[in-house]
Design a protein around this ligand. Sequence first.
Ligand SMILES: [Zn+2]
Length: 190
Amino acid sequence: MSQPAPLTTRRDVSFLASSQGLTLGETALPGPVRDPRADSLRRRYHDVFGGDELPVPVESIAEDLLGLAIHERELDGISGLLYPEKRQIYVNATDVPARRRFTIAHELGHWVCQCLEGRGATVMCRSEDVSPDTDRTLEREANVFGAELLMPESAVRQHGVNPEAPQLLGVSQLAYQWRLYSFDLAERPT
Ligand SMILES: [Zn+2]
Protein backbone atom coordinates (compact mmCIF):
# COMPACT_ATOMS: atom_id res chain seq x y z
CA MET A 1 0.00 0.00 0.00
CA SER A 2 1.50 3.34 -0.98
CA GLN A 3 1.96 6.15 1.50
CA PRO A 4 -0.03 9.32 0.91
CA ALA A 5 2.06 12.13 -0.53
CA PRO A 6 3.21 14.57 2.15
CA LEU A 7 1.18 17.71 2.29
CA THR A 8 2.92 21.00 1.82
CA THR A 9 1.49 23.27 4.44
CA ARG A 10 1.53 27.01 4.47
CA ARG A 11 3.95 26.73 7.37
CA ASP A 12 6.34 24.64 5.23
CA VAL A 13 6.13 27.14 2.45
CA SER A 14 6.63 29.97 4.90
CA PHE A 15 9.73 28.27 6.28
CA LEU A 16 11.11 27.70 2.79
CA ALA A 17 10.42 31.27 1.87
CA SER A 18 12.02 32.71 4.98
CA SER A 19 15.05 30.45 4.59
CA GLN A 20 15.58 32.13 1.24
CA GLY A 21 15.13 35.59 2.67
CA LEU A 22 11.63 36.01 1.36
CA THR A 23 8.34 36.65 3.06
CA LEU A 24 4.90 35.61 1.96
CA GLY A 25 2.01 37.76 0.98
CA GLU A 26 1.39 40.86 -1.02
CA THR A 27 3.77 42.92 1.08
CA ALA A 28 6.80 40.71 0.43
CA LEU A 29 9.92 42.51 -0.70
CA PRO A 30 10.74 41.58 -4.28
CA GLY A 31 13.87 39.48 -4.77
CA PRO A 32 16.58 38.48 -2.31
CA VAL A 33 17.25 40.35 0.93
CA ARG A 34 20.74 38.97 1.46
CA ASP A 35 24.02 39.55 -0.36
CA PRO A 36 26.95 37.30 0.60
CA ARG A 37 29.36 39.74 -1.08
CA ALA A 38 28.71 42.17 1.78
CA ASP A 39 29.43 39.51 4.38
CA SER A 40 32.69 38.56 2.73
CA LEU A 41 33.73 42.22 2.46
CA ARG A 42 33.11 42.69 6.19
CA ARG A 43 35.02 39.54 7.03
CA ARG A 44 37.92 40.58 4.80
CA TYR A 45 38.11 43.92 6.61
CA HIS A 46 38.25 42.33 10.05
CA ASP A 47 40.83 39.76 8.89
CA VAL A 48 43.11 42.64 7.89
CA PHE A 49 42.32 45.35 10.43
CA GLY A 50 40.60 43.56 13.33
CA GLY A 51 38.67 45.95 15.60
CA ASP A 52 35.12 45.98 16.91
CA GLU A 53 32.57 44.25 14.71
CA LEU A 54 29.71 46.58 15.62
CA PRO A 55 28.87 49.16 14.60
CA VAL A 56 30.34 48.04 11.28
CA PRO A 57 33.23 50.42 10.46
CA VAL A 58 31.82 51.36 7.07
CA GLU A 59 33.98 54.45 6.51
CA SER A 60 37.14 52.52 7.23
CA ILE A 61 36.00 49.68 4.97
CA ALA A 62 35.60 52.22 2.17
CA GLU A 63 38.79 54.17 2.78
CA ASP A 64 41.29 51.74 4.28
CA LEU A 65 40.24 48.46 2.69
CA LEU A 66 38.91 49.59 -0.69
CA GLY A 67 40.84 52.82 -1.19
CA LEU A 68 37.76 54.96 -1.81
CA ALA A 69 37.91 58.54 -0.49
CA ILE A 70 34.79 59.84 1.27
CA HIS A 71 33.84 63.50 1.04
CA GLU A 72 30.90 65.26 2.65
CA ARG A 73 29.11 68.04 0.79
CA GLU A 74 25.69 69.65 0.76
CA LEU A 75 23.86 67.83 -2.03
CA ASP A 76 20.38 69.00 -2.99
CA GLY A 77 18.00 66.01 -3.17
CA ILE A 78 20.93 63.62 -3.52
CA SER A 79 22.07 61.17 -0.84
CA GLY A 80 25.31 60.10 -2.44
CA LEU A 81 27.55 60.08 -5.50
CA LEU A 82 30.14 57.59 -6.62
CA TYR A 83 32.90 58.48 -9.07
CA PRO A 84 34.43 55.09 -9.86
CA GLU A 85 37.41 56.36 -11.87
CA LYS A 86 38.41 58.83 -9.15
CA ARG A 87 37.56 56.33 -6.42
CA GLN A 88 35.53 58.99 -4.64
CA ILE A 89 32.26 58.87 -2.72
CA TYR A 90 30.35 62.05 -1.93
CA VAL A 91 27.81 61.95 0.89
CA ASN A 92 25.17 64.55 1.69
CA ALA A 93 26.55 66.43 4.70
CA THR A 94 23.06 67.58 5.72
CA ASP A 95 21.87 64.01 6.38
CA VAL A 96 22.00 62.61 9.92
CA PRO A 97 24.96 60.31 10.78
CA ALA A 98 22.99 57.04 10.53
CA ARG A 99 21.75 58.07 7.12
CA ARG A 100 25.24 58.99 5.96
CA ARG A 101 26.50 55.59 7.09
CA PHE A 102 23.79 53.88 5.09
CA THR A 103 24.58 56.00 2.05
CA ILE A 104 28.26 54.97 2.23
CA ALA A 105 27.24 51.30 2.53
CA HIS A 106 24.88 51.79 -0.42
CA GLU A 107 27.63 53.34 -2.56
CA LEU A 108 29.88 50.42 -1.63
CA GLY A 109 27.10 48.23 -3.00
CA HIS A 110 27.38 50.05 -6.34
CA TRP A 111 31.15 49.70 -6.19
CA VAL A 112 31.29 45.98 -5.39
CA CYS A 113 28.23 44.74 -7.27
CA GLN A 114 28.43 46.93 -10.35
CA CYS A 115 31.68 48.90 -10.79
CA LEU A 116 33.94 45.93 -10.06
CA GLU A 117 31.83 43.97 -12.53
CA GLY A 118 32.60 46.42 -15.32
CA ARG A 119 30.13 49.31 -14.97
CA GLY A 120 32.31 52.39 -14.77
CA ALA A 121 29.77 55.19 -15.04
CA THR A 122 29.29 57.82 -12.34
CA VAL A 123 26.48 56.85 -9.98
CA MET A 124 24.13 59.50 -8.61
CA CYS A 125 21.74 58.32 -5.92
CA ARG A 126 18.66 60.34 -5.13
CA SER A 127 17.27 60.28 -1.62
CA GLU A 128 14.41 58.00 -2.69
CA ASP A 129 16.88 55.54 -4.26
CA VAL A 130 18.59 54.94 -0.92
CA SER A 131 15.42 53.45 0.46
CA PRO A 132 14.53 49.80 1.10
CA ASP A 133 11.44 49.83 -1.11
CA THR A 134 13.04 51.35 -4.19
CA ASP A 135 12.01 49.48 -7.34
CA ARG A 136 15.03 50.31 -9.48
CA THR A 137 17.10 47.17 -9.95
CA LEU A 138 20.61 48.60 -9.51
CA GLU A 139 19.51 50.79 -6.60
CA ARG A 140 17.81 47.84 -4.97
CA GLU A 141 20.95 45.73 -5.37
CA ALA A 142 22.99 48.49 -3.70
CA ASN A 143 20.45 48.75 -0.88
CA VAL A 144 20.41 45.03 -0.20
CA PHE A 145 24.21 45.09 -0.10
CA GLY A 146 24.21 48.13 2.22
CA ALA A 147 21.70 46.55 4.60
CA GLU A 148 23.66 43.30 4.68
CA LEU A 149 26.91 45.16 5.30
CA LEU A 150 25.66 47.29 8.21
CA MET A 151 23.15 44.85 9.70
CA PRO A 152 24.62 41.34 9.68
CA GLU A 153 21.90 38.73 9.91
CA SER A 154 23.41 37.13 13.02
CA ALA A 155 23.35 40.49 14.86
CA VAL A 156 19.80 41.24 13.76
CA ARG A 157 18.58 37.84 14.89
CA GLN A 158 20.48 38.20 18.19
CA HIS A 159 19.06 41.63 19.01
CA GLY A 160 15.63 41.22 17.42
CA VAL A 161 13.23 43.95 18.46
CA ASN A 162 15.55 45.33 21.16
CA PRO A 163 14.94 49.09 20.93
CA GLU A 164 18.66 49.76 21.39
CA ALA A 165 19.63 47.66 18.38
CA PRO A 166 19.59 50.49 15.80
CA GLN A 167 22.01 52.51 17.91
CA LEU A 168 24.26 49.48 18.47
CA LEU A 169 24.43 48.99 14.72
CA GLY A 170 24.63 52.69 13.87
CA VAL A 171 21.55 52.61 11.64
CA SER A 172 18.23 54.42 11.66
CA GLN A 173 15.15 52.96 13.35
CA LEU A 174 13.51 52.72 9.96
CA ALA A 175 16.40 50.88 8.28
CA TYR A 176 16.48 48.42 11.17
CA GLN A 177 12.73 47.92 10.99
CA TRP A 178 13.03 47.08 7.28
CA ARG A 179 15.80 44.60 8.05
CA LEU A 180 13.66 42.91 10.70
CA TYR A 181 10.80 42.82 8.24
CA SER A 182 12.97 41.25 5.54
CA PHE A 183 13.66 38.34 7.93
CA ASP A 184 9.99 38.10 8.85
CA LEU A 185 10.77 39.27 12.41
CA ALA A 186 8.55 42.35 12.40
CA GLU A 187 5.69 44.00 10.58
CA ARG A 188 6.32 45.95 7.42
CA PRO A 189 7.29 49.54 8.33
CA THR A 190 4.58 52.07 7.56
ZN1 LIG B 1 22.43 54.24 -5.53
